[in-house]
Design a protein around this ligand. Structure first.
Ligand code: NAP
Length: 221
């Protein structure tokens, strides 16, 4: 029998954390450890996920270190400015594990990235977690896309960047389970491009007052 990976979602009650959790809660996919500081919201999310998916192992945990200790894959779903604090809490227990960076390090006006052009949020997280395998993904996906990953009859693409081939492959499976088409974009430094792609899309969406159900798609002949 194939082993089911355990995924910890740190910041599980946020827009992205809860959307990712819902998309991965189908029985047979993953064992989920939902971590949030907000115990009331966490209890609500737990019920929402557990009731329709009684066959899935789902646990709610209020400690990032404990959740990460038990996980094979850790998704950091907090805002970018909380990542340093989370990294410090999980560093030891995340050794050798896959850590997914979903963040877009936007300034408060959503007009620019706060990182310089020679780095990215994912690379900064890798520096904070030198013994983990940081993989960038889901940053080019809006939270709304997890409700409907098929847009205009096409499955939205989700880009993946990382330095460890096996980790990237494992994350591709996570992306597929969430309902998207995975595209391996390159090593972790490609996150610089991926984070700028999402800045472009956020600006474009806001400037045109478009809705947030929109995704990237590379079209082929
Ligand atoms: N929203 C999107 O469509 C979207 C798309 C792509 C990528 N992203 C990226 O995804 C990340 C999360 O965005 P979001 O929109 O989901 O933000 P959000 O709704 O504000 O969620 C962030 C979550 O992190 C929690 N949190 C904050 N500090 C924490 C800590 N130290 N330990 C544990 N949990 C903590 C927050 O809990 P409290 O509220 O209790 O503090 C909240 O539940 C960001 O980096 C963003 O750039 C977002």
């Amino acid at each position: 029998m194939a082993t089911i990976n355990t995924i910890a979602i740190i910041g599980a009650t946020g827009n992205m954390g809860s959307a990712i959790a819902k998309s991965l809660s189908k029985p047979g996919s993953y064992r989920l450890l939902l971590m949030s500081n907000d115990t009331d919201e966490l209890a609500q999310l737990y019920s929402q996920l557990k009731e329709p998916n009684t066959g899935t192992e789902i646990y709610s945990i209020s400690c990032a270190r404990e959740a990460s200790w038990e996980a094979d894959i850790i998704i950091v779903a907090t805002q970018n400015d909380a990542e340093k604090e989370v990294a410090e809490k999980i560093r030891e227990v995340a050794t050798g594990k896959i850590v997914i960076s979903i963040s877009n390090p936007l300034n408060s006006a959503y007009r620019q990235l706060i990182t310089s052009s020679d780095t990215s949020a994912a690379e900064e997280l890798q520096k904070l977690l030198p013994n983990s395998k940081v993989v960038k993904t889901f940053n080019t996906t809006f939270a709304a896309d997890f409700i409907s990953s098929v847009i205009d009859e096409k499955t939205a693409d989700v880009f993946i960047a990382g330095n460890n081939g096996d980790a990237v492959k494992t994350v591709s499976e996570v992306v597929k389970s969430a309902g998207f088409n995975p595209i391996i974009a390159g090593d972790l430094s490609v996150s610089r491009t991926l984070e700028r792609m999402q800045l472009l899309r956020i600006r474009y969406t806001m400037n045109n007052s478009y809705n947030w159900l929109a995704g990237w798609k590379i079209l082929h002949n």
